[in-house]
Design a protein around this ligand. Structure first.
Ligand code: ADP
Length: 463
C-alpha cells in the first residue's frame, strides 16, 4: 500500500515539476524578449529611461543598464558578458550572485546594449507555482557550482525522508541565454505514508480477525454444547448403572448375612443333639436381614418416587440407633483398635428407622475408613447426641484424614468419591434420606484433625 501510494505521489511530483519547468522557461524567455525589445527600440532616445517603467511591468527586473555607444558599463562583468552576447547573438549571463539572489543578463546591440538585473524571488511565478512554498519540495536553479535556492523544502532524512527513496527532477531551462538547471527534490518518509488508510486497513483486518475469532468461539461453544449433550446422555446411562450398583451395595450386606445365617442353620441341623435355640437364632437373624433387604428395596422405591412418598417415620431413640449401627461395625472397630466415645443426652427423634440406620452406617463406615490411614494413636471416634434449637443433633467426629478440599465442595453430590472402588453414593443417599425425614446432614473439617458430620432430625413428638 505504501509503495502504491509513493508511486502515485511520484507521478504527481513529476507532473508538477514539468509545470514548474515550463513556467520558469517562459519567464526566462520573457527576459530575452525584454532585452530584444530594448535593443531594438532603444527607448533612451526618448527622455524616458526604461528603468523607470520596466520594474513596474516586470517586478523581477531590479535594474536596467544602457550602454550608449562608446560609453562604458558600470560593471566589468557586464562588459565581459556583452562580448559573449555579441558572439552568440543572444543575451548572455553576466554576474550571478547566489547569495543576493539575483543575476545580470546582457544583450549586445548594434549601437546600444542593454543589461537587466533579475531578482530571483520575483522571477518565479509564485501565483502559478505548482508547489507549496513552505512545503516539502526543495527547488534550486543550478548554474555551474552556484545554486540559487528558490525554496528549501524539508530535511531529506528522519520522519520526513530517507526511509523511502525521494523524488528528483533535473532539467535545463528551455532558454539558452539563461542556462540554469531546475533542480527539484522531494524527500519522502514515514510522514508521507498513508497512515489513515493503513490504519483503516489495519482496523478492517483486525475486525475481520475479531469476527473470525468470534465465529470460531461460537463454533467451539456449539461443539462444547453438543459434547455436553452427548456426555449428559452417557452420564444418564452411567447414573442408571451407578444406581443399580448402589442398590446392589445396599442389598449386599443383608443378603450376605442371610446367606451366612442360613448356611450356619444348615450346618446346625447335622449337630446331635439339635441345638434348637442356636438354630432358631440363626433363622431369626436370617429373616431379620431378609426383612432389612426388603426394607431397603421399599425405601429405594420411596426415594425414587420422591419426597411425596412419605417415609415411615416414628419416634426413634437416637442413642439406640447409634449403638445398633456401631454393633454392625464391631469387627472394623476392633481391627482399628477403637473404642467410640459416646456422649448421649438421651434424645428421641422422629425418623424412619431403616433410613436412619442407613445414614448412621454410612457416616460411621466413612469415619472408620478415613482413620484407616492414620497412625493408631491419632484415631478417635466421638459421637455426641443432644438437642439444639428444637432438633435432635448427632455429631460424628473422627480423627481421620479430613475432607479433601476438592471433595468438600461437592460432598453430597452423587458419585463423589476419593476411594478406589468407592461409589460416591453413600453421602448423597444419606443427605436425601435426612431431608426426606425433615432433617439435614452437613459436614466440615475439624480444627485439628479429621472431619465432623452433623445430622439433625426433628424431635419426636410426645405420644
Ligand atoms: P464413598 O464412600 O463411596 O466414596 P461417600 O459419598 O460415602 O462415598 O463419600 C464420598 C467421599 O467423601 C469419600 O470418598 C471421602 O473422600 C469423603 N469422606 C466421607 N466421609 C469422610 C470422613 N469421615 N473423613 C474424610 N473423608 C470423608
Amino acid at each position: 500500500m505504501v509503495r502504491a501510494d509513493i508511486a502515485a505521489r511520484r507521478e504527481a511530483f513529476q507532473s508538477d515539476a514539468r509545470t514548474a519547468h515550463r513556467l520558469l522557461s517562459q519567464r526566462a524567455a520573457q527576459h530575452d524578449a525584454i532585452l530584444a525589445t530594448l535593443v531594438l527600440l532603444d527607448p533612451m532616445a526618448a527622455d524616458e529611461h526604461p528603468a523607470t517603467r520596466l520594474p513596474a511591468l516586470y517586478p523581477q527586473v531590479l535594474q536596467v543598464w544602457r550602454r550608449a555607444p562608446a560609453a562604458d558599463w558600470p560593471l566589468a562583468s557586464l562588459a565581459h558578458a556583452e562580448g559573449l552576447s555579441r558572439r552568440a547573438a543572444q543575451p548572455a549571463l553576466a554576474a550571478l550572485d547566489a547569495g543576493a539572489g539575483h543575476y545580470d543578463l546582457v544583450l549586445a546591440g548594434l549601437a546600444t546594449s542593454f543589461a537587466l538585473r533579475i531578482e530571483l524571488d520575483r522571477w518565479v511565478p509564485w501565483a502559478d507555482w505548482p508547489f507549496d512554498r513552505g512545503g516539502a519540495v526543495k527547488a534550486e536553479l543550478v548554474h555551474g557550482t552556484q545554486r540559487l535556492l528558490l525554496q528549501s523544502g524539508q530535511p531529506a532524512s528522519g520522519w520526513h525522508g530517507g526511509v523511502t527513496p525521494g523524488f528528483v527532477f533535473d532539467k535545463a531551462l528551455d532558454t539558452p541565454s539563461q542556462p540554469f538547471v531546475l533542480h527539484l527534490q522531494r524527500a519522502t518518509g514515514p510522514a508521507d505514508w498513508p497512515w489513515l488508510r493503513l490504519l483503516t486497513m489495519a482496523l478492517a483486518v483486525s475486525l475481520m480477525a475479531a469476527a473470525a475469532g468470534a465465529f470460531e468461539r461460537q463454533r467451539q461453544r456449539r461443539l462444547r454444547a453438543e459434547q455436553l449433550l452427548r456426555l449428559a446422555r452417557t452420564a444418564r446411562l452411567n447414573a442408571l448403572g451407578e444406581l443399580a450398583a448402589g442398590v446392589a451395595h445396599e442389598l449386599n450386606q443383608p443378603l450376605t448375612a442371610v446367606v451366612a445365617s442360613t448356611q450356619a442353620a444348615r450346618r446346625l441341623l447335622d449337630d446331635e443333639p439339635l441345638p434348637r435355640s442356636t438354630l432358631l437364632d440363626a433363622l431369626g437373624h436370617a429373616s431379620d436381614q431378609a426383612r432389612r433387604a426388603a426394607d431397603v428395596v421399599a425405601r429405594l422405591r420411596r426415594l425414587v418416587e420422591g419426597p411425596g412418598g412419605a417415609t415411615a417415620v416414628q419416634p426413634v431413640v437416637l442413642g439406640d440407633a447409634v449403638r445398633g449401627a456401631l454393633g454392625l461395625l464391631q469387627p472394623e472397630l476392633r481391627r482399628l483398635g477403637l473404642v467410640p466415645d459416646i456422649v448421649d443426652a438421651g434424645v428421641s427423634v422422629s425418623a424412619d428407622p431403616v433410613a436412619l440406620e442407613q445414614i448412621l452406617h454410612n457416616l460411621l463406615n466413612n469415619a472408620l475408613q478415613a482413620m484407616d490411614g492414620v497412625p493408631a494413636a491419632q484415631r478417635r471416634l466421638r459421637l455426641s447426641i443432644d438437642k439444639q434449637a428444637g432438633r435432635g443433633v448427632l455429631r460424628v467426629l473422627d480423627g481421620g484424614t479430613g475432607l479433601a478440599p476438592e471433595v468438600l465442595a461437592q460432598l453430597f453430590q452423587p458419585f463423589t468419591s476419593t476411594k478406589a472402588g468407592g461409589l460416591g453414593l453413600g453421602l448423597s443417599l444419606s443427605e436425601s434420606l435426612a431431608i426426606a425425614m425433615g432433617g439435614s446432614l452437613t459436614a466440615q473439617n475439624r480444627q485439628d484433625q479429621g472431619a465432623e458430620f452433623r445430622l439433625e432430625l426433628p424431635l419426636a413428638t410426645a405420644p
